[in-house]
Design a protein around this ligand. Structure first.
Ligand SMILES: [Zn+2]
Length: 610
């Protein structure tokens, strides 16, 4: 998605704020605890005397998660995601880290050798269930997701139903209903599934008696369009005739009619967010994502306000999940890469923010993706670049020099090609594993550019659920040849490039099982695709192992945390998920019926229990 840095912030520009935050939050990068250090620590604390033997059924009794414990699968269904993708029976958790892994016998022997005269409490997961490392979403938007859940417009069948949903929301919220100047903010509408080819307009909102006269701002599902009421048009005016990298839809008389695309969205005045707004949105989002098995989210666009909010939460040790932040780039503010320090492992490893996110083009749905050739169903356009190659050539080397990861949003084949040109020039002589540049989305990418991607070592941050959402209309947009370059995940891996999987929530659900299912089947939830039951371009399916790695160790690498996160190995943080059934072997059409039994961060459940 291309959630944009909007004028909502109405606060200071990124550099100043971020610099202040950095000063307060930077801590030296902690190296992973070695397995040995646990045992030394345990001995020193004299914990051995406190340990008692437990071997209870899964849900029997309560567990003190602060005390070392072993969690075992009698069927050896612990997927470690180590370099060999090995499975094992048990993990031992101590001090929030994985102390050891192995068979029950191995871990007990090991335990006794390290902490004599003590018994290790051992728990079993239910038969049929599995343990996997904590799941990551490599590209999501946390606060925007929370906002989208407040007035969610997903799944509406047409304009009328969307308006009706807004009406119901107003009627259900007396504080909004009685205050005509209260902003009504919603999102998730998707005109591509409506039976009309026209854009919705301010008139559609204003003609409803309940909505009439209110400031209403509704974000599209792909976040590349804002649909606003006439009250908002008036309060945001005047508008320029032409918007670089954006479009104002106008009526026959030439007046803006309430639809603002891509960069034109920035022209819309939005009310500043209060602390209450942020907290409410954050808690809605966190509650949902931990219930889905996510332990870590890469937030693909922090503005100064959200960065400050997360940093404050981290400082107070109140971040219930791990967040990897990408800070929005704004070419109109002074360069901040050398005055702002990246945030590394703030809040006990819960917050890292050491990357910059740069937009280059728009989305496929809204014809914003920059293509080499015009859209197959609209020969008048081939999309637009929102930033020039010159600007990128200027800024990228600076950010790379100052130690920032550069994460570039690129959807169309032209956008991806231009970025790879820039990367080729800027990465010469740069240590790639120190810089780990990323292409966010990398949706339509030519064969030649995939080869360059692999050669350069650029990470492709891709979203499998987009593939199964877009497969129904994408060929109309791209034609029969170019479509082969869209969501070509297998080809990207085969080129030697690394991938990291995400959902781009709220564009799609944050549920990582949806992403896993989409990646391995390329089928809709009900088992369909335009190419039949084997999946849409089935040759581009990922294996289950690749998909699991793409949600664990690969995002860890993509966020510089692979030495502490992403796999279940001694010395790493004890982030893991217990799933009700074995997604690595169950029939593909049953993957989506998997339940999250528990989501565990630093050894303690943040959802469920065991
Ligand atoms: Zn996004």
């Amino acid at each position: 998605m291309s959630l944009r840095q909007r004028p909502v912030s109405a606060g200071p520009a990124a550099p100043k704020n971020a610099a202040v935050l950095a000063k307060e939050h930077v801590s030296p990068e902690t190296s992973p605890k070695s397995a040995n250090s646990f045992w030394i620590l345990l001995g020193a604390l004299g914990l051995s005397a406190l340990l008692v033997f437990f071997s209870k059924p899964f849900f029997g009794g309560s567990i003190n998660y602060a005390t070392p414990y072993a969690l075992c699968s009698s069927e050896a269904k612990v997927y470690t995601v180590d370099a060999q993708n090995s499975q094992t029976q048990c993990i031992v958790v101590a001090e929030g880290h994985i102390a050891s892994t192995g068979s029950l016998e191995e871990i007990q022997l090991h335990w006794k050798s390290q902490v004599p005269h003590s018994e290790l409490q051992v728990r079993y997961i239910p038969p049929g269930s599995i343990i996997v490392p904590g799941l990551s979403d490599a590209h999501g938007h946390i606060l925007e997701y929370g906002a989208s859940r407040e007035l969610a417009l997903e799944g509406t069948k047409d304009i009328k139903e969307t308006v009706a949903r807004v009406r119901e929301y107003i009627l259900a919220h007396p504080e909004i209903q009685k205050n005509m100047s209260a902003y009504v903010l919603g999102g998730g509408w998707d005109h591509t599934v409506w039976p009309t080819s026209r854009w919705p307009s301010a008139d559609d909102l204003d003609s409803d008696p309940v909505l009439q006269g209110r400031p209403i701002i509704l974000q599209s599902k792909d976040c590349h369009a804002l649909w606003v009421s006439s009250k908002v048009v008036v309060s945001s005016a005047p508008f320029p005739e032409v918007v670089d990298g954006g479009l104002i839809i106008r009526d026959e008389a030439g007046h803006p009619n309430g639809m603002f695309l891509d960069n034109a969205q920035d022209l819309i005045f939005q009310p500043p967010l209060t602390d209450d707004d942020l907290s409410r949105r954050f808690s809605i989002a966190v509650q949902d994502v931990v219930a889905m098995g996510l332990t870590s989210v890469h937030d693909a666009g922090l503005n100064p306000i959200s960065l400050e909010f997360f940093a404050k939460q981290a400082e107070q040790n109140k971040l219930p999940i791990r967040i990897y932040g990408m800070t929005y780039f704004d070419e109109n503010v002074e360069y901040w890469g050398n005055t702002t320090k990246p945030i590394i492992d703030a809040g006990n490893g819960r917050l890292n923010a050491r990357s910059v996110k740069i937009f280059t083009d728009g989305a496929l749905r809204t014809s914003g993706a920059a293509l080499y050739e015009p859209y197959a169903d609209d020969h008048t356009t081939n999309g637009a670049m929102r930033i020039s190659a010159d600007v990128l050539h200027h800024w990228l080397p600076l950010f790379l020099r100052d130690g920032w990861q550069v994460n570039i949003h690129a959807i169309g084949d032209r956008a991806n090609g231009i970025i790879l040109d820039v990367f080729e020039a800027c990465l010469e002589g740069v240590n790639i594993s120190a810089s780990r540049p990323r292409l966010e989305h990398a949706q339509i990418i030519t064969q030649a550019d995939r080869v360059r991607l692999g050669k350069l070592g650029v990470i492709a941050s891709v979203q499998p659920t987009h593939a199964i959402s877009d497969m129904w209309y994408a060929e109309d947009r791209l034609g029969p040849e170019r479509i082969k370059n869209l969501y070509a995940f297998r080809s990207i891996i085969d080129s030697g490039a690394r991938i990291a999987l995400g959902s781009d929530f709220p564009v799609e659900s944050p549920n990582p099982l949806f992403g896993f299912y989409a990646a391995i089947t390329r089928l809709s939830a009900d088992g369909k695709s335009p190419h039949g039951s084997e999946g849409w371009f089935p040759e581009q399916r990922l294996t289950r192992q690749e998909a699991l790695r793409g949600m664990t160790i690969d995002p860890a690498y993509a966020s510089f945390t692979e030495s502490t996160l992403g796999s279940l190995e001694a010395g790493k943080r004890a982030d893991f998920v217990i799933l009700s059934q074995d997604i690595m072997t169950v029939a593909a059409n049953r993957v989506l019926s998997t339940k999250v039994v528990a989501t565990v961060i630093d050894g303690t459940p943040v959802y469920g229990r065991f």
